[in-house]
Ligand binder design. Sequence first.
Ligand SMILES: Cc1cc2nc3c(=O)[nH]c(=O)nc-3n(C[C@H](O)[C@H](O)[C@H](O)COP(=O)(O)O)c2cc1C
Length: 215
Amino acid sequence: MTLDLTPDELLSTTRAVRKRLDFTRPVPRTLIEECVDLAVQAPTGRNRQRWHFLVVTEPERRRAVADLFLRALPLSTGQPLTDQDHWRMNYHPESTAGVFDGLRHLIDNIHRVPAFVIPAVEGRTDHAPVSVQAGAWGSILPAVWSFMLAARARGLGTTWTTAQGPLEAELAQVLGVPYDEVMLAAFIPLAYTIGTDFKPARRIPRERVLHWDRW
Ligand SMILES: Cc1cc2nc3c(=O)[nH]c(=O)nc-3n(C[C@H](O)[C@H](O)[C@H](O)COP(=O)(O)O)c2cc1C
């Protein structure tokens, strides 16, 4: 059973869900399998299909993974913010404020999340040139977003996080992943959503991002 959403509604209402995750309902394995079946319809460079999806539901391992999430978050750095980033983040300040508010809720409840999805891709690209990075990440990220869309269509909520980043090697060890051969691409809490009505996000105007013939 999927929700009655048009393709445009699905694409425009798949939000990062934090406050409306239902921590009381387990997510059936069959639903996650369906999401993976759809995810692997995504493209990959040279049809290499190096993707993997680690799903963590077993209570003890889930606790270990949730602990790691909490320890990793303060260590996340990412690129420094530019003036343009500040402008974009403040264009709809309530949206950005909502992210931090929601994140607080997620942090406070991370141990109650019924499933974590950690997508992975074979082949490490540490220190590789951008052209190599583009091929590797471009061959896993479309599948991950498809997974998230498929989840939304089934009444499930997800939030893309990069919490795997700072403690990737340790997370790999907890999950038995061969770190030297495989990159963990994201860290995604998964649960049923509380209600299924989600709205399109408010973003910066199209004129600021659409470039025609030249930058
Ligand atoms: C690369 C990436 C990293 C993100 N990291 C986090 C994170 O660590 N914690 C979190 O709560 N949300 C994270 N998000 C979710 C974003 O905050 C969210 O997508 C954004 O604010 C827009 O909200 P929306 O998806 O509901 O439209 C991340 C999203 C992306 C694409």
